[in-house]
Structure formats: C-alpha cells, structure tokens
Design a protein around this ligand. Structure first.
Ligand code: AMP
Length: 189
C-alpha cells in the first residue's frame, strides 16, 4: 500500500501533481476540496454548510471533514493506496488519519511538502481565479486562506517530521521537474 499525503499551502500545486501521481502509481485520489465543491454543485445540505466556510477561507470543523474522509476511504475497493490531497489540514485531522489507517492495518508512507514562496502562491492563485472562476481564488479570500494555512496547517510539518514521514519537495520550477522529484522520493521508499 502506498499512502501519500500531498501537502502544501493553497496554490502549491497539490491537485496538479496528484493527478500525475495517480496516473503513475495507480492509486486512488481523495481531494477533500473537490468533494466539497461537488457537494456545493449538487446543492446538498453538506454543500450548503461547506460553502459558508469555503467562501470565508476558513476550514470546516474537524469532525465533519474526518467523517467525509472516512466514508470516501471506505468507498475504495481493492485499492493499491491513496493520495490524500488537502487532508489533513490540522493536527487533529492528522491524528484521525493515523488512527483510520491503523484500523485498516495501514499507515502513511510519506508526506510530500510542496514548498513554494508566498509571493509565488499569490500570483498563481489570482491567475487560477481568473482562469477557472473558483470563487475562493480572489485576493481577499486567498489572504485569509494563507493565514489559516500558517496558523492551523503548517504545524503539520513538524508533526510529520516527528513521525519520520516528512519529505521536502522544492515546489518551484516546471511541472515535469517537480514531478520527477516526487517520483524519486516515492521510489526510494
Ligand atoms: P482546497 O481545494 O483543498 O484548497 O480546499 C478548499 C476549501 O475547502 C478550504 O479552504 C476549506 O474551506 C475546505 N477544506 C478542504 N479540505 C479541508 C480539510 N481537510 N479541512 C477543513 N476544510 C477543508
């Protein structure tokens, strides 16, 4: 089983690199952001709740997102592993993931930290907002999301270091070069 946590600030390239990892290693992909955006599109109760948080650049409550993750994980049959994209985002979520995987006789194989400087993140997200129309990719919400990233999510770097799972990835450069570094990190596991 190959269980990869792809980590990084908003705009660090997690979604893009996840797609390539899925293609190369044949594992399942869970993007909690994609799950929530689909719920919003379908007009579900969960979607309505999620929209309030997403539009404010805030995280959904841990219990809610942990439940969503558990049911998505259970929907995978005969999986070769999973790439977790956008989850965990808090220490409580990381602890829940560890427990969930342990109950299935598994563990996180590696946490890949896509490291990108702040100015570059801003530029990328504003461009993505213009191209894709993603509602939370506007300057005001991006700023809030980066504050949330630093206060609630970045502490996971030290948490995964202490678990012995941390792998730094230089997240600036061509998509191919970054992907090559990711593949090298995964293949040496
Ligand atoms: P993303 O597409 O991963 O950038 O997620 C977009 C938004 O969805 C975030 O700004 C949060 O509001 C919400 N979200 C996604 N994943 C999580 C998570 N693991 N915990 C809490 N909120 C989340």
């Amino acid at each position: 089983m190959l269980n990869i946590v792809i980590f990084g600030a908003p705009g660090s390239g997690k979604g893009t690199q996840s797609e390539r990892i899925v293609e190369k290693f044949g594992i399942n992909h869970i993007s909690t952001g994609d799950v929530l955006r689909a719920e919003i599109k379908n007009g579900t109760e969960l979607g309505k709740t999620a929209k309030g948080y997403i539009d404010q650049g805030q995280l959904l409550p841990d219990e809610l997102i942990i439940d969503i993750l558990a049911s998505t994980l259970d929907s995978f049959k005969e999986s070769k592993g999973v790439i977790f994209d956008g989850f965990p985002r808090t220490i409580a979520q990381a602890e829940a993931l560890k427990k969930m995987l342990a109950e299935r006789g598994q563990e996180v194989s590696v946490m890949l930290d896509l490291d990108v400087p702040e100015e570059e993140l801003m530029t990328r997200l504003i461009k993505r907002g213009q191209e894709s129309g993603r509602a939370d990719d506007n300057e005001e919400t991006i700023k809030k999301r980066l504050v949330v990233y630093h206060s609630q999510t970045a502490p996971l770097i030290d948490w995964y270091k202490s678990e012995g799972k941390y792998q730094h990835i230089h997240g600036v450069g061509t998509m191919d070069a970054i992907f090559a570094d990711i593949v090298a990190a995964v293949e040496k596991l």
